[in-house]
Design a protein. Structure first.
Lengths: 123, 230
């Protein structure tokens, strides 16, 4: 088998994961995209292990380690997301702005808030 | 003599002479499963129905397990089925349910910067694919049997990789303890939403309740700024 097939598939899968991480709003869906990126890395590791015919099987051992770390990561990540949901009532990552610069967020939210306040004032 | 004739009939064996235009059977199966994997991954990151995203993730990860089988990594493939399809997807589904994800279509599943994200993803895909095709155009994998069976993987894992393996078990234990601490500490520190009296009777943030009360201060602080503008 040409090495180009699995490697190109891994590159495309990683890019799909990049899109998901950047474009998704729900934190659980962001975690799904991170899983896709980790799987692209796994495919790369397995393909290069089969290509190099490593006597230590470093690629497959590292793939097992990556799978384990991914399991630990998604467990902790979901615990954090649940904590965020309990504290805030939402799992949207663009609403979790408590640690941001307050002046910056106010400057961004000012036009939307101005319209709402004007509506309240006229009512 | 007959062996040489067979070798000659089988074609040249140099890697450089293998063409992409005459793929082998393994390559065709790999390509078809790869298209399935990629398509379901694209649907998983772009669908508006949140639960469907997790279910399309099952298709994508299961297809990747088939790809691992085609690359003769049998043990990895079954570990992939066990860990990813068995536990990670179930965890993701539980996470979606516990955060009250809507069942139907939710129009705000994608944030505002999705076009920027699409541009970044296309740029990275173009760069990576160009680089990788240029680098590995002539590389050929000799898929011998038994390269990734459980016996071989176990032998290399417990002969060569024992120390990282044990360190990984410590990491798993730490992650387990961390997840338990995170989900237990939530009940104690963050007050339930009906503690409104406590919020008015005491200055906010005095006993570590900053996280629960911080978003309420933002619109109040926004109000004087807005009135100054208008």
């Amino acid at each position: 088998m040409h090495l180009a097939y699995p490697v190109v598939l891994a590159a495309l899968l990683f890019s799909v994961g990049v899109y998901g991480v950047l474009a998704r709003r729900n934190a659980v869906l962001v975690l799904i995209s991170v899983e896709l990126m980790l799987n692209a890395v796994n495919l790369n590791l397995v393909a290069f292990d089969a290509w190099l015919r490593d006597s230590l099987h470093a690629g497959q051992a590292l793939t097992l380690f990556t799978i384990t770390i991914a399991a630990a990561e998604i467990g902790l990540g979901l615990a954090i997301v649940l904590l965020l949901f309990r504290a805030r009532g939402t799992a949207d990552i663009d609403r979790a702005t408590a640690l941001g610069d307050p002046a910056e967020t106010l400057a961004e939210e000012a036009p939307a808030g101005a319209g709402a306040l004007k509506g309240q004032a006229t009512a | 003599m007959t062996a040489l004739a067979l070798l000659a009939a089988a074609g040249p064996l140099e890697p450089a002479s293998r063409s992409f235009l005459s793929p082998t059977g393994v390559e065709i199966v790999f390509l078809l499963v790869g298209i399935t994997v990629l398509g379901s991954a694209v649907v998983a990151v772009s669908t508006k129905q949140l639960v469907h995203a997790a279910l399309w993730l099952v298709v994508s990860l299961g297809g990747l397990a088939i790809e691992f089988l085609l690359l003769t990594a049998e043990f990895i493939a079954w570990v992939q089925v066990l860990i990813y399809l068995g536990s990670v997807v179930v965890l993701v589904l539980f996470g979606l349910m516990l955060t009250k994800a809507p069942i139907g279509r939710s129009p705000d599943a994608d944030s505002k910067n999705r076009w920027v994200a699409l541009a970044v993803a296309l740029a990275s895909a173009g760069t990576l694919v160009t680089l990788v095709v240029d680098a590995f155009r002539t590389s050929w994998i000799d898929l011998g049997g038994g390269g990734g069976s459980a016996a071989v993987t176990g032998a290399s894992l417990f002969r060569t990789w024992v120390l990282p393996f044990e360190a990984l078990s410590v990491l798993l234990l730490a992650a387990l303890v961390g997840a338990i601490v995170l989900s237990r500490g939530a009940k104690r520190r963050v007050p339930p939403p009906r503690a409104g009296r406590l919020r008015t009777g005491r200055p906010v943030g005095s006993n570590g309740t900053v996280a629960a009360t911080a978003p309420r201060t933002a619109p109040e602080a926004a109000a004087p700024l807005v009135t100054e503008e208008s």
